[in-house]
Design a protein around this ligand. Structure first.
Ligand SMILES: [Zn+2]
Length: 355
């Protein structure tokens, strides 16, 4: 597919928004990147992860409790993904790029998923071509899922709202064990070719994969035996995969989001920022617990407009974004609660399965 572009000249929405957002940071004299709050969150989450990991391996609790702790391990990994890796991979964790890369490796590669591939899949493809059929890899789950009206409907899609949850369990299991390697071999992510990997990219990729499997699979095999270790590994990934799939889907695959197509000149007939607002939905913005856990991914509108600003600032700048949308008569989509977004996602899957 040739390159899709946006009608960005003029761009009244982004111009006005940039002015207001810049003024916000300048007036308060604060950095757009992460701060002590984000760094303390990183420590809390990593310490929690390795504490639970240590308890499973050293105390070896009864099977039911071990499996529960494996699920908790997966859930904590997802919060590290949302809060730590996601910011770092976008370069919004710190002004220091070396620190961003180290933190992205710890939060990404060490957890099993290649940040080299993530940066192309997520930062470039998903963030530029959000919800554009044929480009955005996040909606390329066909034929298993029909995620927008431009994909052909098959008979089994009527059941997709039911089989979604069991398949979401496999999200990261598939990602770290198969999908990353498939992308590496085919040198492609959906329709986009990936750049050549440097020696350093290879070192980061392979050390991450090896350390992850050693920590979460090989050492448990040594202690518990193969089948128990495999089961624990799968339970951990079921919790991790479900959390990641739901949080990412709830921002774009819901009734309120749109899926625009380019015109004959391969142009999306909106300025890029407006396209982001039309394809993205927030949820539970007033819930501090959800906001803390999902690392501002409930403020996806702000994240899509400003991925280089740390999620720590989203609750504050969301007021400016909302006001600017109101001033320019642009619809700002937000579900009041987590549950409303969740219900909308499954209702959306059901609708697309039958019509
Ligand atoms: Zn992002």
């Amino acid at each position: 597919m040739s390159k899709i572009s946006f009608v960005n000249n003029p761009k009244p929405f982004k111009t006005l928004l940039d002015e207001r957002i810049q003024a916000y940071f300048q007036d308060r004299n604060i950095e757009m990147r992460g701060n002590a709050l984000l760094y303390s969150k990183t420590i809390i989450l990593l310490v929690s992860l390795f504490t639970v990991y240590g308890i499973i391996l050293s105390i070896q609790p009864p099977t039911w409790l071990s499996l529960l702790l494996c699920a908790l391990l997966g859930f904590i990994q997802s919060t590290i993904g949302f809060n730590v890796m996601h910011d770092a991979a976008h370069g919004s964790y710190s002004n220091n790029n070396r620190l961003n890369n180290i933190i992205a490796w710890i939060g990404g590669d060490l957890m099993g998923g290649s940040t080299f591939l993530w940066k192309i899949k997520h930062n470039i493809i998903h963030h530029t071509y959000t919800n554009i059929e044929g480009m955005d890899d996040d909606i390329a789950k066909y034929p298993l899922f029909r995620l927008n009206e431009h994909q052909e409907r098959r008979w089994f899609h009527r059941f997709q709202f039911i089989y979604a949850v069991p398949l979401y369990f496999f999200t990261t299991f598939n990602w770290i064990l198969f999908d990353d390697y498939w992308k590496l071999v085919t040198k492609k992510i959906n329709t986009t070719e990936i750049r050549k990997m440097s020696v350093r990219d290879h070192v980061e990729f392979w050390t991450g994969k090896l350390t992850n499997l050693t920590l979460f699979f090989f050492i448990p095999i040594y202690i518990f035996g193969f089948w128990q270790a495999l089961f624990g590994f799968f339970v951990m990934h079921a919790a991790l995969g479900l959390s990641l799939a739901l949080v990412f889907q709830m921002a774009h695959a819901v009734e309120e989001a749109t899926f625009p197509l380019p015109n004959e000149q391969n142009k999306i007939e909106n300025e890029w920022a407006l396209h982001q607002v039309k394809t993205t939905v927030n949820f539970a913005m007033n819930n501090p617990v959800i906001s803390w856990l999902v690392g501002g991914l409930n403020y996806q509108v702000e994240h899509h407009l400003y991925p280089k600003i740390s999620h720590i600032h989203y609750p504050q700048i969301s007021k400016i974004v909302k006001q600017t949308c109101d001033d320019l008569n642009i619809e700002y989509n937000a579900f009041p609660t987590f549950w409303r977004a969740l219900v909308s996602h499954f209702r959306y899957l059901k609708q697309l399965g039958v019509a």
